[in-house]
Structures are given as structure tokens and as C-alpha cells.
Design a protein around this ligand. Structure first.
Ligand SMILES: C[S@@+](CC[C@H](N)C(=O)[O-])C[C@H]1O[C@@H](n2cnc3c(N)ncnc32)[C@H](O)[C@@H]1O
Length: 339
């Protein structure tokens, strides 16, 4: 009670000093709720039926086999958040949710609920404790991680890896490469998407042996080789026209990134390209907004990993021998090995 009074008094003091309400603070505090409402909507899959036709709360509750009054409160929260519409009788999906949150649409963002419920509930809440203890409280040490945890993590990452591979295939012509290596390829989702689009591409996924055992479950009969190795310390067979590192460098310490990029240079054929897809910061470190915030996920997850800046990548790449270094989108750097 005393504490509450203290806050009220202090708050009044600040208000009168600033002569305006704490807009940004309340915006951020309240901004959490719509995001969690969306998560619940995804977990219940309300957007798919509401993309086909409008439903009254009772009809939708019957369709989903849940309690109507409770569901209807979520539907109003989703409407307030701008994710549904309400005409007084029925709810419907919006133009955006009918595409991206509708399971039956080809552009459905699969895996969002699993990824964000994991990150929001198991990773970012630990930020203060991670900073106080100096240890990542949602630590992921891929070299030494219980198999069950690793399998769960790869299932969480897989839909995003597939989607990233499809986007990469839309935006870059991989038919000009004959051989490709996905370093730290995890589930193999990115490689799967690339061979789906470029069946001639001879593709290999490299990861720790206990991870490639899991990749094989995802890859199954697809024509993708797995290489079980520690990329930093083991000899890697073959030479490649293209190498991809997705969400790999951001898990490593600076010295390890520099080493990995040197190794990639050595494994590339002359004329080959390295694709680094990662949380890449602008040099001022305050943008892109998503990357600055996502660095907290990395802070809580990895002993030494982090979002590195574009300049840091450029330095390491130049030292490794790469030329024509480009950043065609905020999360992608492409570097070339001269022919
Ligand atoms: C965050 S996961 C990303 C997985 C995948 N690229 C994706 O985006 O879904 C990082 C991956 O890098 C792998 N990795 C980290 N250090 C490695 C090393 N030294 N050698 C091989 N793989 C490594 C991990 O095992 C893990 O699969």
C-alpha cells in the first residue's frame, strides 16, 4: 500500500514536471496484450474458419468445440487488435489475417504460434536475470544439449527455415550453382525448400552429429546429403559453389565467426557466393528495430552469440578474402569469392 502510494506520488510529480501522460510507457505495457491474444487465436486456429466465412461466436465455438462465452471475449480482443472484424452478429478475418494466419492459404505463416510462445514465455522473460547472473538463462549449447530439447527446438525452427528457404529461392537464382552447403543447417528446412525449387542443386546440410540425426528425420527421402561435423574444428569434405549460414553466426563468439567465414572462403569454389542470413545490426546499433529487439533473444540463449553489425561482418569477410559484399535486405549479406 505504502509502495503504491509512493508510486502515485512520484508519478504525479513526474506528470506535472512533464505535463503529459507517459504515452510510450503505457503504449508498451498495453502492447503486450494484443500480441498474446493473437497467439491464443493462432493456437485455437480461429483465423482459418473465419477466412472462409463469417461466424457468430456460438457457431465458431461449436466449430472449435470450445466454450462460447470465453471464446467470444478473445474474439473481441482480436477485433480490437485489428485482426478480425465484427459486424454486430458475426466475426470475420481481415484481408491480412485471411492470407497470413489462414492455414489453408499458400502464404500461411506456419509455425508462428510455436516459435513465439517459446520465445515469449521461455526466453525473453529472463533478460534481467541473464544480465544479473552473466549467464544466458535460456541457454542453448548445441554441442551439448539433451536430445529431447534439441528435437523440440528443431521442430520449432523448421517452419521458419522452410519459409526462409522459399523466400531465398524466390529472390535469388540458385540454378547458377551446382553445389551448395548449408552450414548449421539444423532441421534441413532451408535446404528442403531450395531443392524443391532447384532439383538439380547438389545440396548438403552440415551440423553436429546429434543434430544431423534429427535433420535426417525432416529430410527423409529428399536428395540432400548430411555432413555430421563441427564446422569450426573438423575437416569438411567437398567444395561448393554456394554456402549458406542461416541463424548460425549469431550463435557464435566473434573469434568463431571470423574463423567460420575463413573456412567458408576455403570451401567455396572460385566464383562462389556466401549467403549469411542473420540478425544483422546497422552500424549505429539502433536499427533495424526487429534486430535490436531480437538481440535480447540471443542474449538469453547463447553464451557468446549476438547480433553483429554490418561493419563487423564486412571486416571479417574482407579479411577472409571475400569481395563484392552486399546487404540486399536487412537480414542478409552476400559475399563473393573472386573467380
Ligand atoms: C539457431 S540454429 C539454426 C538452424 C537452422 N539454420 C535454422 O535456421 O533453422 C543454429 C545451428 O547451428 C548449429 N551449429 C552451431 N555451431 C556449430 C558448429 N560449430 N558446427 C556445426 N553446427 C553448428 C547448431 O547445431 C544449430 O543447428
Amino acid at each position: 500500500m505504502l509502495y503504491n502510494n509512493h508510486i502515485t506520488v512520484r508519478f504525479r510529480g513526474i506528470m506535472s514536471e512533464m505535463n503529459s501522460p507517459p504515452k510510450k510507457v503505457t503504449e508498451l505495457l498495453n502492447g503486450v496484450y494484443p500480441a498474446f491474444a493473437m497467439l491464443a487465436g493462432l493456437q485455437l486456429d480461429v483465423f482459418t474458419p473465419l477466412s472462409q466465412r463469417p461466424f457468430s461466436p456460438q457457431q465458431l465455438a461449436q466449430h472449435l468445440q470450445v466454450d462460447p462465452p470465453r471464446l467470444s471475449r478473445l474474439l473481441f480482443a482480436l477485433t480490437q487488435a485489428g485482426l478480425l472484424t465484427w459486424d454486430g452478429d458475426c466475426f470475420a478475418a481481415t484481408a491480412e489475417t485471411a492470407v497470413y494466419l489462414n492455414r489453408q492459404h499458400p502464404r500461411y505463416m506456419a509455425g508462428l504460434a510455436d516459435f513465439f510462445s517459446f520465445v515469449w514465455q521461455e526466453v525473453v522473460p529472463h533478460t534481467a536475470a541473464t544480465i544479473c547472473s552473466g549467464q544466458p538463462q535460456a541457454r542453448r549449447d548445441f554441442a551439448d544439449m539433451p536430445l529431447v530439447e534439441l528435437e523440440r527446438f528443431m521442430h520449432i525452427l523448421h517452419p521458419g527455415a522452410l519459409a526462409a528457404g522459399r523466400l531465398l529461392a524466390d529472390q535469388h537464382d540458385f540454378s547458377r550453382y551446382r553445389t551448395l552447403l548449408d552450414v548449421g543447417g539444423g532441421s534441413g528446412g532451408l535446404a528442403l525448400a531450395l531443392v524443391e525449387r532447384f532439383p538439380e542443386l547438389q545440396t548438403a546440410v552440415l551440423d553436429y552429429p546429434h543434430v544431423t540425426a534429427i535433420s535426417q528425420q525432416f529430410i527423409q527421402d529428399a536428395p540432400i546429403q548430411t555432413i555430421a561435423a563441427d564446422f569450426l574444428h573438423d575437416a569438411v569434405p567437398g567444395s561448393y559453389d554456394a554456402i549458406i549460414m542461416k541463424a548460425f553466426t549469431q550463435t557464435l563468439a566473434e573469434t568463431a565467426v571470423a574463423l567460420a567465414l575463413k573456412k567458408a572462403f576455403a570451401l567455396l569454389n572460385p566464383g562462389g557466393d556466401l549467403f549469411i542470413q542473420a540478425a544483422i545490426l546497422d552500424d549505429g546499433r539502433t536499427a533495424p528495430a526487429w534486430t535490436v529487439q531480437f538481440d535480447l533473444v540471443l542474449l538469453n540463449s547463447y553464451e557468446n552469440g549476438r547480433a553483429y553489425t554490418e561493419s563487423e561482418y564486412r571486416q571479417w569477410l574482407t579479411r577472409a578474402g571475400f569481395v563484392s559484399i552486399e546487404r540486399p535486405d536487412p537480414s542478409l549479406i552476400i559475399a563473393h569469392k573472386a573467380a
